[in-house]
Each structure stands twice: as C-alpha cells, then as structure tokens.
Write a protein that binds this ligand. Sequence first.
Ligand SMILES: Cc1ncc(COP(=O)(O)O)c(C=O)c1O
Length: 382
Amino acid sequence: MTSAPALTPVPPIRIDFSPEDRAWITERISEVLANGRLTLGAYGEDFEKRFAAMTGAKHAVAVSSGTSSLEIMLRVADVRDKDVLVPANTFIATASAVIAAGGRPVLMDTDGATLSTTAAEIERRITPKTVGVMIVHIAGFVTDEMPAIVDLLKRKGLWLMEDAAHAHASTLNGKHAGTFGWAGSFSFYPTKVMTSAEGGMIITDDDHLASEARIYRDQGKASFLQNSHIRMGSNWRMSEPHAIIGLRHLHNLPAMIAARRRIAARYDVALTGPNNGVRPLLPPKGCAANYYKYVVMLPEGCDRAALKAWLRDTHGVQCSGEVYEFPLHRHPVLTHLDPGDLRGAEIACNRQMCLPIFASMTDDEADRVIAALTSARTAGRV
Ligand SMILES: Cc1ncc(COP(=O)(O)O)c(C=O)c1O
C-alpha cells in the first residue's frame, strides 16, 4: 500500500530576497569588504536618510537591533528609578529595555479591538512616578486611540515613545507609525516586514535625541574619531553589510506591503461573517496596516495548540507565532510586574491565532489556508 503524498506546507512566513536582490546585496558587500569601511559608513547613512524620508521623521539613527533602539531612547530619556507604562501584550524587549535603562515597567491592559491600549487605560495607570508611555503597534495596526493618547500625554506632561517593531509603513490617517510622539523604534529582525538580518532604527524630530542616540550607539563616545566616553553607551552600531541588506528591503517595501495587503483582503472577504468560527481582527478606522501579522480571534474555549497542530497535520498549514502567546506578566522572569488586573491582555493572548502571511504568498496558498479553516469549522475544531 502506498502512503498519501506529503502535503506541500504553507509556511508561516517566507523571507524574500530574489536573485536580483541577492546580486545587488552581494555586489555592495563585496565593495565594503574590499574598501574596509565595514561599520558606520555611507550605506548606513543612506539607509537612515531613506528610512527617515519614508516615515516623514526628521532623523533616523540606525542601530544593531530593535532592542538596542528601545534602550537607547530610554537612556536618552533617563528613566532611572522612574516608571514607564508599557503594554502587557508585547514582546519582552519593550519591558526589558526599560529595566536595562534603569527604569520600572508598569503594565497596561489590552484593548481587544486593536491588541493595543487606550487613553483611558493609560490615564488609569499614571501616578506621580510615571515619566512616559511606550505604545506598541501590535501586528502593524496603529490604534485609532493615538490622537487621544497624544492629547492626554501632552496634558499630563509625559513623553510618548512608540515601539514600532511591527509597524514599518503602517499609518493612521496618513501619519506614519513612530512619528506620533517623541521617538519611534523599529526592528529589522528577519521575520519583520522588512529585514536587515539584524538591526533597528530610531526615528525622531528632536535634534538632541538624534545626536545623543548617535553617541550612545557608539560606546558613548563624544564622536566617531574621539576616544572620550561621555555617556554609558554600548556597541549598538549597525554594520555596513546589515545596512546594505536593509536598504534593499526598504526599496522593496512598498511592493512587499502591497502583496501582504492583497492576501489580507482575500482573508477578509473569506473569513468575515457570522459562521466562520474565527473572527478576523480588522484594522482600526483610519489605519493602513502593513499586515505584519494577520490575526484572527478564536471562539471561547477553542484549544489553539490543538487547532494549529490539526491545520498543520491535515492541511499542511503552519500558523505563525502569536502576538503574543502570553502577556508579559506570565513569563517567569516578569511575574513580579503583575498588577493583578490584566484581564484584557489574558483574553487577547489566549484567543488569538496568526494566519500565514508574507509578501511572496500566492493566492493559492491563501486559499489553502481559507479551505483549511473551513474544514476545521466543519470538523468542529473551531
Ligand atoms: C514589539 C517588539 N519590540 C521589540 C523587538 C525587538 O527587536 P529586535 O529583535 O530587533 O531586538 C521586537 C522583535 O521581535 C518586537 O516584536
């Protein structure tokens, strides 16, 4: 007896560098290997200029990761012994950067409609020790609460930073993620909508913050050629090979995001309706999302791990990682941050699932995901 042919998997993500991209990148990496200008050079400067232009920010400062960009911004803000509000539903780096910079993260609850937070929740958590707030644009969705959040923080005299690690080219009413407050932070980790292999970027309109960030990223040195260390920085530089890779993906970004939006629209049409089992999370009003993730909410009581295993084993559909599987206070290293009233975050984390989405995904692959979800519904799996 012959066994059934193995299913071609629909992967959770695919990282796309075409043969032309690879040739372009290789040629330039070969050039910097030949001339020896391997870090803080012309490609890094070009990457910064083009990224700033894309976002509309005055400055962009390229760094080694999204984690270091957060820590640098927080060091410039000097959060030592101060409280910074951060969402409970985020990646650990949002909170660990606050701790690394000497501050205390205070967790905020999650708004189920956007997976972000609200102005009311921020207001509830502000105390005399609060110095600022970090908003995270989960899945590349910019919450329509941003104008209210900006107004509230202006009134309270607190700064706003955005962890826009998920939100390259996402906008709210035409305004780019990362430009709503004092500074924005991006990650170019390989799974993000654009990558430089590893890397991060700070954007800001503040000349002081930008020049301090350049000092911090290079071991706190007064300048590239001076060996006097005037800040407690680190090696948070972006190398030229990383900047070259990032430049290529930045060039491809509009097309990559258009492709993600096409897949998201296909999912929206098929999955929006009362009888689909799953409920797509739709972008907030005014938000043009980059669809870093396509999130669906599962009905109460649905066993996500079992459903994901079934979709993988019977249909070859591999869902991507959640944003996030657990809220921060459920990680053993951060349980001490639990204020005991983060029910929205618990629900948002328990009930979500992320469908495969990436720039080179075909309509056929998206249709296989839709068909797999339909069978899951028929089989009573969701
Ligand atoms: C919300 C968020 N913040 C920060 C980071 C950290 O970025 P990096 O991995 O580039 O250090 C990530 C990356 O996964 C992230 O998703």
